[in-house]
Design a binder for this molecule. Structure first.
Ligand SMILES: NC(=O)c1ccc[n+]([C@@H]2O[C@H](COP(=O)([O-])OP(=O)(O)OC[C@H]3O[C@@H](n4cnc5c(N)ncnc54)[C@H](OP(=O)(O)O)[C@@H]3O)[C@@H](O)[C@H]2O)c1
Length: 190
């Protein structure tokens, strides 16, 4: 276990697969308390059984789910770190053929989900004195590409949200981190 992080506790969204699941595994290996959030409860339960994370099924776009999540995490002891991984791309249509439902989904989960989780946990993160929010954006949020319009727009928005949050929360000693990967390969066997 890395020295000095024994008491760290994080909510990780998007934890049922991919980067979020890998983040849960990495943090548990380092001894963090981890609350794993996604909609698929069965996947979270097996990840929890395997790693010792706490499974908290929730939809990050649903206000009631988000409120329940904050209650559950508060009762369990709270967090000092929020890691917003839930998100992704849907469709690869050019703007001329854009499907409204795909764009709505991408904005709901990447942008509004990040905002809702962050807004809900900010009081807890401020109160701990040295909280962290990490948002998983993408290189798609830094430069556009053909057929990427919807995902580009959502990730650019999430990137902007992250920048504004960093400036706004500096006075609360909140560390705001953006991780913007390019394509990453899934290594999970599940
Ligand atoms: N993979 C890449 O190459 C890559 C590159 C750059 C950036 N990214 C970004 O990294 C993040 C993770 O990517 P990934 O490839 O690991 O994605 P993934 O394997 O498709 O996983 C997405 C995760 O988000 C969760 N999720 C989706 N909608 C949700 C909702 N409404 N409420 C709660 N959880 C929700 C999914 O769980 P449930 O379905 O169980 O809810 C799943 O755990 C995304 O934000 C993506 O944009 C990925």
């Amino acid at each position: 276990m890395t020295e000095g992080i024994q008491n760290k506790a994080a909510v990780v969204t998007g934890a049922s697969t991919g980067i979020g699941e890998a983040t849960v595994r990495a943090l548990r290996t380092e001894g963090w308390t981890v609350y794993a959030v996604a909609r698929r409860a069965d996947r979270l339960e097996s990840l929890a059984a395997e790693t010792g994370a706490v499974a908290l099924p929730a939809d990050v776009t649903d206000d009631a789910d988000v409120a329940r999540l904050v209650d559950e995490v508060t009762r369990a002891g709270g967090i000092d770190t929020l890691i917003n991984v839930a998100g992704g791309a849907r469709g690869a249509d050019k703007v001329a053929e854009a499907k409204t439902e795909d764009w709505e989904w991408m904005f709901e989960v990447n942008v509004l989900g990040t905002m809702k989780l962050t807004r809900a946990f900010l009081p807890m993160l401020r109160a701990c004195g040295e909280g962290t929010v990490l948002n998983l954006t993408s290189t798609a949020g830094l430069s556009a590409y053909e057929g990427g319009g919807g995902y580009n727009a959502a990730k650019f928005a999430q990137h902007a949200l992250t920048g504004a949050l960093r400036l706004e929360e500096a006075e609360h000693n909140l560390r705001v981190i953006e991780v913007a990967p390019a394509w990453s390969r899934r290594r999970s066997s599940r």
